[in-house]
Design a binder for this molecule. Structure first.
Ligand SMILES: [Zn+2]
Length: 423
């Protein structure tokens, strides 16, 4: 039961908007020139490889390139060409150079010069150390940039793209990234984790497991807590599926109506947004609605596990990634991808709270009995039990075991983790 506290680093990706893309690019280029310069020094000074501490290597490099305080600049062995580069800008580039240099050594690559090395020019993303950025808030950051003449503060707008802005104090140095046409700011965040044990360590320590199923219809998630004998000690049904599908259906009907009214003209209609545009907006609304539900349900699941002291959460392994363009998010009855989305959120929400998410094969989880493993028939109150009736809320097996289909599925997931793991 011994927990193991630790931390993890998660990178948050924000969109950055600036009037001066040219300054951002110029700053990146200088960063890479400084990086290349230090790579060159590292290759020339092979003796440095005997030093293991990165801090000490940096100190030596600074002595070789900018000298000690009061040192005559004429006696510096490798004068840094970018004389005006701020201290922390330079240090970020030096650290990056040391990192690359060490990775080359580890891989057995020992070029004698940059010319001989594969990467003569570098395309690294500048890291903004303390002193190189300020006024960092949810929607703003000031970066110190080279404007062609001097280093200036440039105010940039940030968009968190709907993600929660990481708490103050835990943020590490942001990294400027150019991705396609977009400018991004990657912010690594250090999160304390109350339990960093692996799934195997937790299992071997005898921890109970929570099995989770994500059925369709009215029920968005079913949770069962299993003791080590595979017996259910507690369960939770997260309903609200009906509410979600109702709201979805309303939006879908509006889309349908807009489609059938396409082609209308007249001065009155011109004032309204075009149906196509409105449909775009409505689709976005459906997406947001589903996201909100996935967030809410994943939060409820984590809360439940925490309250019940469960630190292993087993979920079905939906292999295919979610592709909203391919999967009909317009089809109000298709929920399996909502399950995937919930699992996606769970993975990062749960771990921070000491709960690890593990996945099990989906084979037969809905079609076999969790007690005897025989194939089940599913039915609703008014229907006859049938093997092919997957939507049935109830199940019955040849040995007479019967009950709620969703519960059966969650039990199968939990037991599969307990009894079919490799340990
Ligand atoms: Zn059975």
């Amino acid at each position: 039961m011994e927990k193991k506290a630790g931390y993890r680093i998660i990178t948050y990706r924000f969109r950055l908007y600036s009037q001066r893309k040219d300054w951002l690019l110029e700053t990146r280029d200088i960063y890479n020139r400084v990086l290349g310069f230090y790579m060159d020094v590292l290759l020339k000074e092979q003796g440095l490889s005997a030093i293991s501490s990165g801090q000490q290597i940096m100190r030596k490099l600074e002595l070789l390139t900018v000298g000690a305080r009061g040192q005559d600049s004429g006696s510096i062995k490798y004068p840094l060409p970018e004389k005006k580069a701020p201290l922390y800008f330079r240090r970020a580039a030096i650290n990056e150079a040391i990192r690359i240099w060490k990775s080359w050594q580890k891989a057995g690559i020992h070029p004698m010069s940059l010319e001989e090395a594969e990467g003569k020019s570098f395309q690294a993303s500048p890291i903004f150390y303390k002193g190189m950025y300020k006024d960092f808030t949810e929607n703003h950051i000031s970066l110190k940039l080279w404007n062609g003449e001097k280093w200036v503060w440039e105010s940039c707008r940030l968009d968190t793209c709907g993600r929660i802005f990481p708490a103050e104090g835990k943020r590490l140095s942001p990294v400027l990234k150019f991705s396609g046409g977009k400018i991004m700011l990657h912010v690594p965040v250090r999160e304390e984790v109350e339990d960093i044990r692996t799934v195997k360590e937790r299992f071997l320590a005898g921890e109970p497991v929570c099995g989770a199923a994500f059925p369709s219809n009215d029920c968005l998630a079913v949770l069962v807590i299993l003791d080590r004998n595979g017996e259910c000690t507690k369960s939770l049904f997260i309903r609200e599926g009906k509410k979600l599908s109702h709201s979805k259906r309303q939006l879908l009907n509006r889309i349908k109506k807009n489609r059938s009214s396409m082609g209308m003209e007249g001065p009155e209609e011109k004032k309204k947004p075009l149906p196509e545009e409105e449909n775009k907006y409505l689709k976005e609304k459906i997406r947001n609605l589903t996201n909100a539900y996935a967030h809410k349900v994943s939060r409820q699941i984590v809360d439940f596990c925490e309250k019940e002291g469960v630190c292993i959460l087993a979920v079905p392994n939906y292999k295919q990634p979610i592709n909203l363009n391919q999967i009909g998010y317009l089809s109000a009855t298709s929920y399996d991808w909502l399950g995937r989305r919930i699992i996606g959120y769970l993975r990062y929400k749960a771990f921070g709270r000491g709960i690890v998410v593990t996945s099990v094969s989906t084979k037969g989880i809905a079609s076999t009995c969790h007690i005897c493993q025989e194939p089940v028939k599913r039915f609703n109150k008014r229907n006859k039990p049938s093997k092919n009736y997957y939507g049935g809320k109830n199940f019955i097996c040849p040995n007479g075991h019967r009950g709620n289909s969703y519960f059966n599925e969650a039990m199968n997931i939990g037991r599969r983790f307990l009894f079919e793991n490799p340990w």
